[in-house]
Design a binder for this molecule. Structure first.
Ligand code: ZN
Length: 199
């Protein structure tokens, strides 16, 4: 089932996710729905906050992007990233290297907005998979960027918080407009429910 993607201005995006306590059927279903939602929107990552769930759960799939390569290790072994996509990442801990790289980035919660964002070139995460397996993943390239972007979401941090002030100020009128549109949508979608006659 496709879920509604929350846009900038929705308070759900700013809530730090709670750890997932139990990998039960509802978590499996949420992960499946998030993958379906991400694919339908042509995204390469989607965090639980973006579908209104404040949980430490995110999905990533960089396999469709050919011009921005990635490297990956899985429990210390070098692997082909595409063999491990899509990733369902639960309760991650992240470590990042000191070397930085600047590249263009977008976000499904900010339609048609992209900007250069500085991120660590290398990252290592420790997380649980949907099977409850503990895994250590090291990444560079697009995968490293996607993991940092998604894990930021899990902590209520958005890519605009990582932009240079120049980049952010050049987007400021578009950001304000998006925020207003989202907030207007939130009020109107609540209204019919509030006046619904009891039948
Ligand atoms: Zn995002």
């Amino acid at each position: 089932m496709k879920l509604l993607i929350r846009k900038y201005g929705d308070p759900a995006l700013r809530i730090k996710g709670k750890p997932v306590a139990e990998l039960d059927g509802s978590i499996r279903e949420l992960a499946e729905n998030m993958l379906e939602t991400m694919r339908a929107a042509n995204g390469i990552g989607l965090a639980a906050q973006q579908v209104g769930e404040a949980l430490q759960l995110t999905v990533v799939d960089v396999s469709a992007v050919e011009d921005r390569p990635s490297t990956m290790t899985w429990n210390g072994r070098e692997v082909n990233p595409n063999d491990h996509m899509p990733l369902v990442i639960i309760n991650p801990q992240i470590e990042t290297g000191t070397e930085k790289e600047i590249a263009s980035e977008g976000c499904l919660s900010f339609p048609e907005i992209s900007a250069d964002v500085e991120r660590a070139e290398w990252t290592k995460i420790e997380a649980q998979t949907l099977d409850g397996e503990r895994v250590e993943i090291e990444a560079t390239g697009l995968l490293a960027r996607a993991l940092q972007h998604e894990i930021d979401h899990l902590n209520g941090i958005l890519f605009i918080d990582r932009m240079s002030s120049a980049a952010k100020s050049s987007l400021s009128s578009r950001l304000k407009r998006l925020q207003k549109e989202t907030q207007r949508g939130l009020t109107t979608s609540r209204r019919p429910h509030a006046v619904q006659p009891a039948l």
